[in-house]
Design a protein around this ligand. Structure first.
Ligand code: NAD
Length: 498
């Protein structure tokens, strides 16, 4: 009996050392002096080998009770902050690896459950969600050094973050949020869209299993497996949830803002494009096709309506046909709009009908008795600026194009169509004056020149990306720092070594 115990103890010590060494990047951490707090990474593992596990054992983030989910996420978060940054990076990298290595099967699962968007883009979107997200490398410390010593400003975690994800990218948003939030030292409880709940729960299970096997922490990413509006509201108001991160349309943003706690809101957009008379028309058409057709126009940053100066209108329409978009006549555009869009719901903006969101172009064309060539990725056609397709965030591959007398009129109509969401706007122009004029007036979070809207979120443009662009509350493209609180550490009259 004693021998077995000895072996067990030796195995445990070996495992602990392995963890500690990984945590310190291969180097053994310093021994603390008498009375000092235990070193960050080793302390947690020795003191709490069950870190993040609930009394019910391994849950791997699967919950039907908000109270239990928040409790488990809080336990996991307390364990996480006792580990090194290197270990946080390991957790983030495990999520990235799962998104990349299992992109095909998870993407297919997402499509089979949600039934929206273009299947081949599902896996790509998941892998990209992992690739574009910033991790621990983005955590920064600001320092002030002077006669009165040293002051550090550090970005600390909030604790448990309540997360809402959209049906348009269920698992990609969860993965992307999880990487940012864990890098910053938080855990999360997610209420996914009910139509994307299974893939969200399955993804969370894979993430938690991998993290638990490597680091011994379970439930960093908790998901409500039966999400409802009620469970969302419970998360919004739960005292154990420190802040909220909301990605969705106007209804959920409004609901979260009433919750009485800070909400980082990545709300709706309706990105307009302006094409002026100086633009490279072929490039404009290629970019518009790429952006508006991607995943059947589900992305919030994708082109939703185009305003073209009349002198280049015909050339632009021809260029769109040349790049493979299918032109519908005005009657078909108006008819399709009546079929696919609900006008002015509750006094708000027109809204896409759920059954047509993310539908394939040939399915939409069939509604107006049009057959499009196989491989067609986008329908487009001339409308006036009041068209339901212009005013609604249609999230389907049908693009309205409006003829404008002047550049200024095009920008005014673009401004009106964006509805003040402050999300994304795009211009195709060779004139810097025009770019500046439109950029100032639109006042959007992303303003893209001469590329597809996707480039604004680093998908073909420079910089980093996120699947939660907090346009509604102003934090912008989210990063780990978005999910931190500023803390100050002050040493008075000492430690300045110069
Ligand atoms: P949606 O608003 O219908 O649902 C989003 C989420 O909110 C879902 O989980 C849903 O269950 C929940 N929800 C909806 N109403 C709620 C309420 N009253 N109380 C609590 N929870 C509620 O949106 P969707 O169709 O899933 O996603 C598309 C929308 O999300 C578009 O408007 C798009 O622009 C936006 N979006 C924005 C970003 C961004 O980064 N800004 C990214 C992706 C999607």
């Amino acid at each position: 009996m004693t021998q077995v115990d000895d072996r067990l103890v030796r195995d445990m010590v070996a495992k602990v050392l392995e963890h500690v060494q990984t945590g310190w990047g291969g180097r053994v951490g310093p021994t603390p002096g008498a009375g000092a707090a235990p070193p960050i990474s080793s302390g947690a593992i020795v003191a709490d080998p069950m870190a993040g596990r609930t009394s019910a054992g391994s849950r791997f983030g699967q919950f039907t009770s908000v109270d239990e989910a928040v409790e488990a996420a809080a336990t996991a978060q307390r364990a996480l902050v006792r580990r090194s940054l290197a270990q946080r990076k390991i957790a983030c990298d495990l999520i990235r690896q799962i998104c990349r290595n299992q992109a095909d099967s998870l993407g297919q699962m997402e499509y089979e459950e949600t039934r929206i968007g273009h299947p081949p883009h599902k896996s790509e979107k998941l892998a990209m969600a992992a690739d574009v997200a910033l991790g621990v490398e983005f955590m920064q410390t600001e320092c002030f050094s002077g006669d009165h010593g040293i002051t550090l400003e550090e970005h600390g975690p909030w604790g448990v973050i309540g997360v809402i994800t959209p049906v348009t990218h269920s698992l990609p948003t969860l993965a992307n949020n999880a990487i940012n939030m864990i890098a910053a030292g938080n855990s999360l409880v997610c209420n996914p869209h009910p139509d994307g709940k299974r893939v969200a729960a399955h993804g969370a299970k894979l993430f938690n299993q991998a993290i638990y096997e490597k680091l011994g922490i379970d439930n960093l990413v908790c998901v409500m497996t039966e999400p409802t509006i009620e469970s969302a509201n419970e998360i919004f108001r739960h005292p154990g949830v420190a802040i909220l991160c909301i990605t969705g349309g106007p209804g959920v943003v409004a609901a979260a803002m009433k919750a009485g706690k800070r909400a980082i809101c990545a709300g709706p957009g309706n990105p307009p494009v302006v094409v002026d008379s100086s633009a490279d028309i072929e490039n404009a058409a290629r970019c518009v096709l790429e952006g508006a057709s991607y995943d059947n126009n589900l992305l919030c940053i994708s082109e939703k309506e185009v305003f073209v100066e009349s002198s280049v209108f015909d050339a632009f329409m021809s260029a769109m046909e040349s790049v493979g978009a299918y032109r519908l006549d005005r009657r078909c555009m108006d008819e399709l709009a009546r079929i696919c869009i609900e006008p002015n719901v509750d006094g708000g903006h027109p809204r896409a009908k759920r059954e047509f969101v993310g539908a394939e172009p040939h399915v939409l064309a069939r509604q107006v008795a049009v057959t499009v060539p196989s491989g067609c990725r986008l329908l487009f056609g001339e409308t006036d600026s009041e068209s339901l397709f212009v005013q609604a965030e249609q999230m389907m591959p049908v693009l309205p194009v409006v003829r404008c007398e002047t550049f200024e009129q095009a920008v005014d109509l673009a401004f009106q169509a964006e509805h003040g969401f402050g999300h994304t706007a795009i211009i195709h122009s060779r004139l810097v004056d025009h770019m500046t004029y439109m950029g100032k007036l639109m006042n959007t979070t992303l303003f893209v020149k001469n590329g597809p809207g996707l480039a604004g979120d680093s998908l073909g443009g420079e910089g980093y990306g996120s699947y939660s662009i907090a346009c509604s509350t102003g934090e912008g493209v989210s990063t780990p720092l978005t999910f931190t609180r500023m803390r100050r550490c002050v040493m008075v009259d000492n430690l300045r070594i110069i």
